[in-house]
Design a protein around this ligand. Structure first.
Ligand SMILES: *Cc1c(COP(=O)(O)O)cnc(C)c1O
Length: 392
């Protein structure tokens, strides 16, 4: 065996996204003890930076030591008690995982199913809340990465509160990519990931809990069934009211990476990051449409960081992706679940959302689809995107 050197890819799939070299450099710094005062100081900064990214002053804001799926599980196991009824709005793969989480925590999931590719419909969620006045929680995915649809979180949160429910929001793909305001919108519990629009490697899950959520957790009659994800124990480690106590050994170097990714975000400015994502999405969209590729999601609900387009008739979608990978070192995503084989998912997340990547991806797809005689308009995409950039 020899050392492993990964190939140099451009990551434009649904995650992980390209990691900023500054983040990789930060992660290569020496490992220190996880209770070292300098490390503890850095953890406090990570917390402050996460509060900035989430637009919240929630004291209970931290990074769970595991990927986004663990942040999801952390929200559900702490908030759902056996017997609790949870309204889950599903419009893609990740809503289905919410159902699993509710049921494994002993709750009952009331599913509000949507066509994949559509945003969550507040009217349908309201019907479910009226039909289930004993519901305690509403859960939905803000940015559905499996389809590229953005839901109106602000409206959904207000609706849930009007019916006496707390809200759990999946912001794994939305954080730093589109507008998200935890305090202003009144979100009770939220989780995200490091590997999408924060452009740090996978392995951590930023979460934030409002006092409303903590009240429900404190009033629990049963213990949280997961020891590792029990918030009261995790928080004793991350600080807060109690003294820092050993809970688990934090992934130290991964946290250096998250710290640097958040410093990069703060330097750019959160709102500027949202605008940059919107801008590069518009250029990519112009290019795709010039090529003749159609978006899955209607214009007003499209995620700028995840562009889902239909595979043209007669094209072997997997062959296109493998040619992009082998000939261009470019990764784009396939469809998931019901959309497998039917769509491509092109991510413009975080550090990867830039002009060079947009033009590179359009050029590579144009070349590969053209060589495969796919029914597209060859040669049009890059020029159209460049025109868009020039006009702005
Ligand atoms: C990626 C993703 C997750 C899971 O995150 P992992 O880091 O893969 O565990 C959850 N929800 C959404 C919407 C995602 O895009």
């Amino acid at each position: 065996m020899k050392s492993f050197y990964p190939p140099e890819r451009t990551l434009m799939g649904p995650g992980p996204s390209d990691v900023n070299p500054r983040v990789l450099a930060a992660m290569a710094r020496p490992t220190i003890g996880h209770l070292d005062p300098e490390f503890v100081r850095m953890m406090d900064e990570v917390k402050q930076l996460l509060q900035y990214a989430f637009c919240t002053s929630n004291e209970m804001t931290l990074a769970v030591s595991a990927p986004g799926s663990a942040g999801m599980e952390c929200c559900f196991v702490n908030l759902v008690e056996p017997g609790d009824k949870v309204v889950v709005a599903q419009n893609g793969v990740f809503g289905g995982r919410m159902k699993e989480n509710v049921e494994r925590a002993g709750g009952t999931a009331v599913m509000v199913e949507h066509t994949w590719g559509a945003p969550v419909d507040p009217g349908r969620v309201e019907e479910a809340l009226k039909a289930n006045p004993d519901a305690k929680i509403v859960a939905f995915v803000h940015a559905e990465t499996s389809t590229g649809a953005l839901s109106d979180a602000k409206t959904l949160v207000k609706l849930a509160h009007d019916h006496g429910c707390l809200v759990i929001v999946d912001a794994v793909t939305s954080l730093a990519g589109v507008e998200l305001r935890v305090d202003e919108w009144g979100i009770d519990a939220i989780y995200s990931g490091t590997q999408k629009c924060l452009s740090a490697p996978p392995g951590l899950s930023p979460v934030s809990f409002a006092p409303s959520a903590l009240d429900k957790i404190k009033a629990r009659k049963t213990k949280v069934q997961s020891w590792f994800l029990d918030l009261q124990l995790v928080m004793a480690y991350w600080g807060g009211e109690t003294k820092r106590a050993y809970h688990h050994t934090a992934p130290i170097n991964t946290l250096y990476g998250l710290h640097e990714a958040l410093v990069v975000l703060e330097e750019e400015g959160l709102e500027k990051s949202w605008t940059r994502h919107a801008h590069n999405h518009a250029a990519l969209r112009e290019g795709f449409e010039a090529m003749g590729l159609n978006f899955v999601v209607e214009a007003k609900s499209r995620l700028p960081q995840l562009n889902a387009v239909s595979v043209p008739d007669g094209v072997d979608e997997a062959a296109v992706r493998s040619r992009l990978l082998n000939e261009f070192n470019l990764e784009i995503g396939a469809g998931l679940g019901a959309m497998a084989g039917k769509i491509w998912r092109v991510g413009l997340m975080g550090h990867a959302s830039n002009t060079t990547n947009v033009l590179f991806c359009l050029g590579a797809m144009d070349a590969v689809l053209g060589a495969m005689n796919a029914p597209i308009r060859p040669g049009a995409a890059v020029g159209r995107a460049r025109e868009y950039y020039r006009a702005k």
